[in-house]
Design a protein around this ligand. Structure first.
Ligand code: 13P
Ligand code: SF4
Length: 304
């Protein structure tokens, strides 16, 4: 049954001249049929470079929005209409206006896990892979970091010369990884290194041997001499970790490392998207253009 769907996906992909982009948090069988799999930064970058007419996006809506914002000439079709990230809606434009009024010198730094309207009201976007580098390169001393409180605090710790204003957004998946879970896993696997995503809370990050985005976690585990790792991020990364490192062992810290929105994306949805060419990601041109500016600035600053 699955093999049949995979064959149909391959046929429709040719027919549509489509490319399939997927985030590391989607199920392994979706990662397997994708042309490009990566973290949010990689996917945003690749969206500017693909030559296919159609992008089938296997990720949550803010990722599809970024692909469309950066690539307006392409059709971006979402593999699931309802896959959305709650964090993308945890700050509003009104709050940004208020802070701009109170702190006119502050740069509004927007974690890419945000809706297009929020990006449009910001000065620059960042992902977990490039946030420290980009904030460091900004001329502003004052930073309003939205929406993720944990990532904001992690970045602030690395850049003590800058003054941060935080927001109270969070990722419920990473927030439900607790320090006790990590300590228990360490007791069980004393040889293992702890690799954590900066969306985790500060006390979990304090336990970590390495902190990085999903791609950085995968690269670190692959390059490391260690044989065992405790992984503090969404469980989708286990697929690529194990694929690249069949001889190494990867342990989770409990059953809650599961993003229900990412897991909505299934092979059937990819096939449906290719057949029906919907749901299409569409944005008003004015909004698209305003959101493109901070995303392009991110790509420029990250490339320097
Ligand atoms: P990265 O892709 O930047 O690692 O972010 C993780 C995430 O939560 C995406 O939804
Ligand atoms: Fe959003 Fe967290 Fe899911 Fe990423 S893992 S899409 S930040 S809820």
């Amino acid at each position: 049954m699955k093999e049949k769907i995979k064959e149909q996906i391959a046929q429709w992909k040719k027919e549509r001249n489509a490319v399939i982009l997927a985030h590391y948090y989607v199920d392994g069988e979706v990662q397997e049929i994708a042309d490009l799999v990566g973290d949010s930064y990689f996917l945003a970058k690749k969206a500017t470079q693909v030559s296919a007419d159609v992008i089938i996006f296997c990720g949550v809506s803010f990722m599809g929005e970024s692909a469309k914002i950066l690539n307006p000439g392409k059709k971006v079709i979402m593999a699931d209409a309802l896959a959305d990230c709650p964090m993308a809606h945890m700050v509003d434009v009104e709050r940004i206006r208020e802070v701009r009024k109170e702190h006119p010198e502050a740069a509004v730094v927007c974690y890419v896990n945000s809706a297009a309207e929020i990006k449009a009201a910001s000065d620059v976007c960042v992902t977990s892979a490039n946030a420290i580098k980009i904030v460091d390169r900004l001329p502003n001393q004052e930073i309003f970091f939205i929406p993720d409180n944990n990532l904001g605090r992690y970045v602030a710790k690395q850049l003590p010369d800058k003054k941060f204003i935080f927001h109270d957004g969070f990722c419920h998946v990473h927030k439900s990884i607790y320090r006790e879970n990590v300590r228990k896993a360490r007791e069980l696997y004393p040889e293992a290194l702890v690799l954590a995503h900066p969306e985790c809370t500060e006390d979990v990050l304090e336990e970590a041997d390495f902190i990085g985005s999903t791609s950085q976690i995968i690269d670190h585990a692959t390059a490391s001499e260690a044989r065992e790792f405790i992984i503090c991020t969404e469980m989708g990364v286990f697929f690529e970790l194990q694929r690249k490192n069949p001889e190494k062992k990867f342990y989770s810290v409990g059953h809650r490392q599961f993003c229900p929105n990412m897991k909505r994306i299934q092979l059937e949805g990819v096939l449906r998207a290719l057949e029906k060419m919907e749901p299409e990601m569409e944005l008003e041109e004015e909004l698209r253009k305003s959101a493109e500016r901070p995303l392009q600035r991110m790509l420029e600053l990250a490339a320097k």
